[in-house]
Write a protein that binds this ligand. Structure first.
Ligand code: ATP
Ligand code: LTN
Length: 335
């Protein structure tokens, strides 16, 4: 894609820390796919963020390819966006350092995701996990993004990126745009099937908690049929019924039907019939994505080509921004 400077810039990404979930799709990727004509879109796979929790190198490599093939299968188009790997662009970790030197440690300790991940039994609380939001701010500011489309769970991290942009501008001089969050109305927070007061997360230990984009149809059906429901039998969105409400939200998002419409049709049909209908709607929505994915994942040459082309544009942009940042912060320019 040629550089089109006039369009506002969007940057967002997912971590290859596991296979993508329906939450990643509904809260994030399907929305990104609608933005490519109106914005200049940078879609990194944020692989450096994936190593903030224990992992195996071979898994990281495989998940990175899988994540890329899923990005493409979900409709991200390399001809209309820049798709690349965070680890292949020099600049993310360098800007991370400059921003880290402007970040009070107390702010990092207060981040919800850090508190939750470090409180997990047996968690290895490494400094990367603590500095995670600083690297995320670097991802965003390195491309001077105007907007960052994310799920609800990332709001606090976005706030930190905004603060860091302002702090840098204030400490040195005006350099960064202050990025705006872009949170979808529907699907912004898909909850765990077994524990619907927590968000669906690909790094959950129990595989029945989440629906994976690549789960075969029968596994999707089984997981949905065994989702936790609530007492009573009425299908209705209600804070007292988090399980049913979550399934209604999922159904609405995958079928593009309103919650009210679904309540009207399924309100008194019982949970069993309702869950079957949810399962079929999810299967129907994911089937074409899975088909496309299987075509793409075996074509490594094409996947590498996508990364090379996206990476070239990203690297140019990153160098330009980084030179400016180093200059503003008082470093001697390379000659
Ligand atoms: P992990 O479980 O490893 O922390 P994650 O799935 O929460 O991973 P990412 O892969 O980095 O995190 O998320 C990619 C995008 O998906 C982000 O924009 C995030 O806000 C969104 N997202 C993640 N989980 C959900 C969810 N349950 N509902 C809606 N959006 C989600
Ligand atoms: N922290 C995000 C992933 C992420 C990101 C980013 C999202 C890393 N860098 C830059 C948007 C912009 C997450 O856990 N979902």
């Amino acid at each position: 894609m040629s550089e089109t400077k006039a369009k506002p810039v969007i940057l967002t990404g997912a971590k290859p820390s596991g296979e993508l979930t329906l939450g990643n799709y509904l809260g994030a990727i399907r929305n990104w796919a609608t933005m490519m004509d109106d914005f200049e879109c940078f879609f990194p796979i944020v692989d450096l963020h994936a190593i903030t929790v224990p992992y195996k190198p071979a898994d990281l490599r495989q998940r990175t390819y899988q994540c890329l093939a899923q990005y493409l299968a979900c409709g991200l188009d390399p001809a209309r966006s820049h798709i690349f790997l965070q680890s292949q662009i020099t600049g993310h970790t360098e800007l991370n350092w400059l921003l880290a030197c402007l970040t009070p440690v107390g702010d990092l300790h207060r981040m919800t995701q850090f508190k939750e991940k470090s409180a997990k039994p047996g968690a290895s609380v490494n400094s990367g996990l603590l500095f995670y939001p600083v690297l995320m701010a670097a991802d965003i500011l390195l491309y001077n993004a105007d907007r960052v489309p994310v799920g609800e769970d990332q709001k606090q991290h976005l706030e930190m990126a905004r603060n860091l942009a302002q702090r840098f501008n204030h400490t040195y001089s005006d350099t960064f745009k202050v990025p705006e969050p872009f949170i979808p109305k529907a699907g912004a927070r898909v909850m765990s099937l077994q524990n619907p007061t927590r968000k669906m997360s690909k790094s959950d230990d129990n595989e029945n908690d989440y629906l994976l984009l690549l789960d075969p149809p029968n596994r999707l059906r089984k997981k949905i049929m065994s989702a936790v429901t609530d007492s009573g039998s009425e299908v209705r969105a209600d804070p007292e019924k988090p399980g049913i409400t979550n399934l209604l939200n999922i159904f609405s998002a995958v079928s593009d039907r309103s919650i009210a419409d679904l309540e009207k049709e399924f309100g008194s049909q019982g949970y069993g019939t309702f869950k079957k209908a949810v399962a079929e709607a999810v299967v129907a929505r994911l089937e074409p994505i899975q088909e496309k994915y299987h075509e793409l994942i075996s074509n490594k040459d094409y996947l590498h080509q996508v990364l090379r082309e996206g990476g070239e544009v990203a690297q140019k942009r990153a160098y330009r921004m980084l030179s400016k940042v180093y200059r503003k912060a008082g470093f001697v320019a390379r000659t």
